[in-house]
Ligand binder design. Structure first.
Ligand SMILES: O=C([C@H](O)CO)[C@H](O)[C@H](O)COP(=O)(O)O
Length: 208
């Protein structure tokens, strides 16, 4: 089981500071959507220039223009790009094709998908590499969590391809670990920690 940190709160300088602290202990370093919007694809290039071996995920949440956006992200160094599962299949097919042409992976984010199992199976058949259930930050504010969605997902596809995101913290991580997803994603609970490196190491221990 891998741990992915979602770095949403940072600018380029802070993202590099986080990478300096955790590059050797984190499995996947996510450039969160707000960070990508703030800094553009150059944040990915800077991270990969400094830590070429660190797996960097661009949380691009692509919705259209799948080929061009994926190519830009992969050429900047992203190892994994994300596409929204509510997008048209034509877009998702372009993302998969462009990511694979660059030797990279495509993850889909099932946020706002109603039939988790059916859509996940369909996207796996199309060739998607990773499938994430995700309760967005605005949905979390309404008291929602991704636990029920993860139960549906691991019942539908190979659990090694699955990922979960949405308010995962040390208080709740055991509930997700019990369902054995391939990737656990945590944002605020890690980057808001006083000592981010210790928080990452502590959560990784829960995953092993
Ligand atoms: O993808 C995310 C969200 O849509 C903001 O861009 C977050 O990275 C994701 O929710 C994980 O962060 P936490 O919910 O703070 O763990």
């Amino acid at each position: 089981m891998k741990l992915q940190i979602a770095v949403d709160n940072a600018d380029l300088a802070l993202a590099l500071e986080y990478a300096d602290k955790i590059h050797d202990v984190i499995d996947i370093f996510e450039c969160g959507t707000p960070l990508l919007m703030r800094e553009g694809v150059h944040v990915i290039r800077s991270l990969k220039d400094r830590y070429p071996k660190m797996c960097v995920l661009a949380d691009s949440k692509i919705m259209d223009g799948g080929a061009i956006e994926t190519a830009d992200l992969c050429e900047a160094g992203a190892d994994i790009v994300t596409v929204l599962a509510v997008s048209d299949n034509a877009t998702i097919a372009e993302v998969i094709e462009a990511a694979h042409a660059h030797g990279k992976l495509a993850m889909t984010d099932l946020m706002c998908v109603e039939n988790i199992a059916a859509r996940a199976k369909e996207l796996v058949e199309m060739g998607i590499d990773l499938v994430a259930v995700h309760t967005g930050v605005d949905q979390q504010a309404q008291g929602r969590t991704p636990l029920g969605d993860l139960q549906q997902l691991v019942g539908a596809i190979d659990s090694k391809m699955s990922a979960v995101a949405g308010g995962v913290s040390m208080d709740t991580v055991a509930d997700y670990v019990a369902l054995e997803p391939g990737i656990v994603i945590a944002g605020g609970s890690l980057y808001n920690a006083v000592d981010v490196r210790s928080a990452v190491i502590e959560m990784k221990e829960e995953l092993s």
